[in-house]
Design a protein around this ligand. Structure first.
Ligand code: BES
Ligand code: MN
Ligand code: ZN
Length: 472
């Protein structure tokens, strides 16, 4: 990534992209553009190409309308740049200073522009053979923005890594593949990595995860990575739901409900890549990722309704719906994280269709037993623009999940609505006293089948950036 100083303006050989607000005054270096601007509408999203011959300035100029500065936010500014680089498919040098305004600093503008440029240029190219060449994006500013831009690009590259894992077709991303990826990453980053296979899972008694795994021809994996950036301090665990495919089990999904279920491991992918980001930015925190990986399918020995599973915690679970498998995988992963000493837990899971119904695609549903902990995450989310919305969790939901007559709880309660809160209550049953916990239901926000002008369709890598912000 090249960063130009303003004095190097004439050296810019690619298109110079100049974002401009309506009614803005140009900085002196760009005053030569004044005559061109007179007739142009600078509505948000409009762009104009100018070829000019004064050798003191770049030959090719792309004017990018920003509309009114009043309604601009750092994220929207970044998205606008993302939209531009994704649309133009061409080497561009982005002029940063004019993206700033009275309430957006040059630093904020630089950070968001370089984050979104990297995020927007992402396309999933792992399987198709023809790779498109990715345009080169550089930046020019009067301020020293190099390290800011580098950090933002690093962040986006970890988010894009999560998108790659999520987008990978499920026959290329089995639980074994996910474990291998975690192991490869741990070696690259020099992190401690432990992978439990079915044999070890049986030995420790992870009966809930193993119950779900019985319908699959692929083994289950419980993957733990540790990053110790603050020796002696308490540990936080990022626990991820890693269903590399969720067919529903004997409570088989419908055709339309099954399409897209390769994304049911995005919780694990995003937890893993959040840890990657925290490690790469050398965050001052002790964070482990605990990923529960399996498929949920049908087979001769697949689990069924009316079975009772004995979880790693010892609590017993009556199966009332094999499609409510995420909470079974997560409860053992959560117990394991606590056995490993985690005092704070953030779990990420594509857990309930009810969350998509309630919040749609742009919000992550949040539940907690520790309001201050969620406050801190929400603050980080406000900085990154990733939206959280808290949903209710109280005694009533706990009573409902404890209604089984043959076990401590059942995995699905139907007919009373509030599916996301019931799932959260189930998970909270496994949180030990004194442990702070946030559950993030990313069923809606994990993937976006239509894409956006600044985003390829598919996995979004949601919450990777925010978790990186929280542990820096
Ligand atoms: N992975 C699904 C949740 C999901 C649905 C994610 C749609 C993304 C989009 C989960 O395992 C599931 O099947 N949940 C059931 C729970 C129900 C059986 C209690 C659901 O939401 O229908
Ligand atoms: Mn399911
Ligand atoms: Zn699922």
């Amino acid at each position: 990534m090249k960063i130009y100083r303003l004095s190097d303006l004439s050296a810019v050989a690619s298109w110079l992209a100049v974002p401009i607000y309506k009614g803005a005054t140009l900085p002196s270096e760009l005053e030569f553009l004044k005559e061109y601007l007179e007739d142009l509408s600078l509505e948000k999203g409009k762009s104009f190409r100018i070829l000019q011959t004064d050798s003191r300035y770049p030959k090719h100029i792309l004017i990018l309308g920003l509309g009114d500065k009043e309604s601009m936010t750092p994220q929207k500014a970044g998205e606008t740049i993302g939209e531009c680089v994704r649309r133009e498919k061409e080497d561009l040098c982005i002029f940063i200073d004019t993206l700033a305004c009275d309430h957006i600093s040059v630093q904020d503008a630089a950070r968001e522009a370089s984050y979104y440029a990297e995020y927007a240029l992402y396309d999933f190219t792992k399987i198709r053979r023809e790779k498109e060449t990715v345009p080169e994006i550089s930046f020019i500013s009067s301020q020293d923005i190099s390290s800011l831009c580098e950090q933002a690009r690093l962040t986006a590259s970890c988010v894009n890594h999560a998108r790659d894992l999520g987008n990978m077709p499920n026959n290329f991303m089995t639980p074994e593949d996910l474990a291998e990826e975690a192991s490869r990453l741990s070696q690259e980053l020099n992190l401690d990595c432990e992978i439990l296979t079915n044999k070890e899972l049986e030995e420790i008694g992870a009966g809930a995860l193993l119950g779900v795994n019985r319908g699959s021809s692929h083994g289950a994996r419980l993957i733990t990575l540790r990053y110790e950036g603050d020796p002696g301090a308490p540990w936080t665990a990022l626990v991820g739901k890693g269903l590399t495919f969720d067919a529903g089990g004997y409570n088989l999904k419908s055709a339309s409900g099954m399409d897209g279920m390769k994304f049911d491991m995005c919780g694990a992918a995003n937890a893993l890549c959040a840890l990657e980001l925290i490690a790469r930015q050398k965050g001052k925190a002790n964070v482990m990722a605990v990923l529960g990986a399996t498929e949920n399918k049908i087979g001769p020995d697949a689990y069924t309704c009316n079975e009772v599973l004995v979880s790693l915690s010892g609590k017993t679970i009556e199966i009332t719906n094999t499609d409510a498998e995420g909470r079974l995988v997560l409860c053992d992963a959560i117990t394991y994280a606590q056995q490993q000493g985690a005092k704070k837990i953030i779990d990420l899971a594509t857990l309930t269709g009810a969350c998509v119904a309630a919040l749609g695609k742009n919000y992550t549903g949040a539940f907690t037993n520790a309001p201050e902990f969620l406050d801190a995450l929400e603050k980080a989310g406000q900085k990154t623009g990733e939206k959280l919305w808290q949903l209710p969790l109280d005694e009533y939901f706990h009573e409902q999940v404890q209604k089984s007559t043959v076990a401590d709880m059942n995995n699905c309660v139907s007919g009373i609505g509030a599916g996301s809160s019931l799932a959260a209550a189930f998970l909270e049953e496994f949180i030990e006293e004194g442990v702070q916990w946030i559950h993030l239901d990313i069923a809606g926000s994990s993937d976006f089948s239509d894409g956006k002008p600044y985003m390829a369709k598919g996995a979004t890598g949601v919450m990777v950036r925010t978790l990186g912000e929280m542990f820096r």
